[in-house]
Write a protein that binds this ligand. Structure first.
Ligand SMILES: [Zn+2]
Length: 462
């Protein structure tokens, strides 16, 4: 990373001061100032630039090391977020932290490293990718151990299985199914799932196939009765292969239903109806939840009749992955503390920039290019840190890592910008401050950048 020049020649300075955007007020303001005043203002801004923190220096040196190793883009940003201080320092010093290849997988969670390594030691033929997915699914421990209570059961992507339990008191929003679509009177589903099933059944009917529900939403209490009856009849070990323990049934989500049958004796997998469902269910947002040959993963025997509503996009992605939903979820990039900061930019239809955002030392950054695009501004990045962003009422020119000219007026960012993988990353809140936009943070940490740009920087930071 090149050290940025903090000194500018008088000629460059004079040029920079002349090339700002000129509104009538700005022109008047500039005209009112003497050359000496302008120079003083500029020199003060140069002096006021903050130095890079040691943490940022280490972070950038580590990033450079990763880029040299070919780890770039979103993978690089995600990995940098997952690395602790020790690993960042190691990388900055040119050493490769242990098991970096494992941690670099987007779905690898730092706190599960020991479990990954233990499974890898046991099954050395598995790929790192498989090891991480297996452990994330929970499969390195027996079913119904290390159970996690689902935190957002109302989320459409909710996962209920033998490692993830729904809260006992969780009741989703439900609607009664139309009698034409169910053989079970009073059956209920979540509204979206209900609508999607009706659409799917109507489409099937046009192809001469009849689809109807036999079992949809089941409450925790009902599942408890069902499960206990099966245990009494055939013992817990056998009951566990086909019936969910209360809290673990997907039927409690209101997003799953059994179509046409729920009995192995019917040979449903050999019917034209089943073939139709395999071809079309994802088009309506459903997936086959317990496929054939996946019992060791799902914990259930093949259920050709059990479908789960996920929404079209997710259902198609899951189906295309060839994974069960349990593994599909386990193969998604890490979230929570390692997720990129959520950032939205724009007033009318805010654009989400989270995928490209990054937090360093508690400060959220986004690529300057994406920030400009979200604001419908043009931008031009030269080599290194040369950058000009311009829109209808604004022209921002980057002079150093924290000194800007905003419509010709020098302004200082509270945190410096930096170059990551060829992209200039700008601190969201500090940038909002100098261009006079509103930046608010929701309780969940999401940043919203909105409002009108002021033609003049609000704070010079002097
Ligand atoms: Zn079912």
């Amino acid at each position: 990373m090149a050290v940025f020049q903090r000194k500018f020649s008088a000629a460059v300075l004079a040029c920079l001061l002349l090339c700002g955007c000129t509104t009538p007020e700005r022109a008047a303001q500039l005209a009112a100032k003497s050359e000496t005043e302008k120079k003083t203002e500029y020199q003060q801004a140069v002096q006021a630039q903050p130095a890079r923190s040691q943490a940022l220096e280490t972070f950038l040196a580590a990033a450079e090391q990763l880029e040299a190793m070919g780890i770039t883009g979103q993978e690089e940003r995600l990995l940098l977020t997952k690395l602790g201080e020790r690993e960042l320092s190691q990388l900055a010093a040119g050493q490769i932290p242990e098991h970096l290849d494992l941690l670099a997988l987007p779905h690898a969670w730092p706190e599960r490293m020991e479990r990954y390594l233990a499974l890898l030691a046991k099954y050395p033929d598995l790929s790192l990718q498989e090891v991480v997915t297996w452990v994330n699914t929970g499969l390195d421990t027996p079913f119904y151990t290390d159970e996690e209570l689902v935190e957002e059961p109302e989320n459409l992507r909710v996962l209920a299985n033998k490692y993830h339990a729904l809260p006992e008191d969780y009741v989703p929003q439900l609607v009664d199914m139309d009698d034409r679509y169910t053989a079970a009177k009073g059956a209920q589903l979540q509204p979206m799932a209900n609508l999607a099933f009706m659409r799917m059944a109507d489409a099937a009917a046009r192809d001469g196939i009849r689809l109807f529900n036999v079992s949809a939403y089941r409450s925790y209490a009902i599942q408890e009765i069902i499960y206990n009856n099966y245990v009494a009849a055939s013992g817990q070990a056998y009951a566990d292969t086909y019936s969910a323990r209360p809290g673990h049934s997907e039927h409690q989500t209101g997003l799953a239903l059994d179509v046409n049958t729920a009995s192995e004796l019917d040979g449903f997998e050999n019917t034209k109806t089943y073939a139709w469902l395999q071809e079309h269910c994802a088009d309506y947002g459903f997936i086959l939840r317990y496929p054939q040959g996946k019992t060791s993963i799902t914990g259930y025997a093949f259920e050709p009749w059990h479908y789960r509503y996920l929404g079209v996009e997710e259902a198609k992605a899951c189906q295309a992955s060839g994974l069960t939903y349990d593994q599909y979820v386990a193969s998604q990039p890490v979230k929570g503390p390692y997720a990129p900061p959520a950032v939205y930019v724009g007033s009318r239809a805010p654009k989400e920039l989270s995928d490209a955002a990054l937090a360093v030392d508690g400060v959220s950054y986004v690529p300057a290019s994406l920030l400009a695009q979200a604001m419908d501004w043009s931008w031009a990045q030269g080599s290194g840190m040369e950058l000009v962003i311009s829109g209808q009422d604004i022209r921002i020119q980057l002079l150093s890592d924290s000194l800007l000219l905003v419509n010709g007026i020098p302004a200082v960012l509270d945190q410096p910008v930096f170059l990551l993988d060829g992209e200039i990353m700008v601190p969201v809140e500090a940038m909002a401050k100098v261009i006079g936009m509103e930046c608010s943070q929701a309780a969940n940490g999401t940043l919203y950048l909105s409002g009108q740009v002021s033609a003049f920087p609000v704070t010079l930071g002097l």
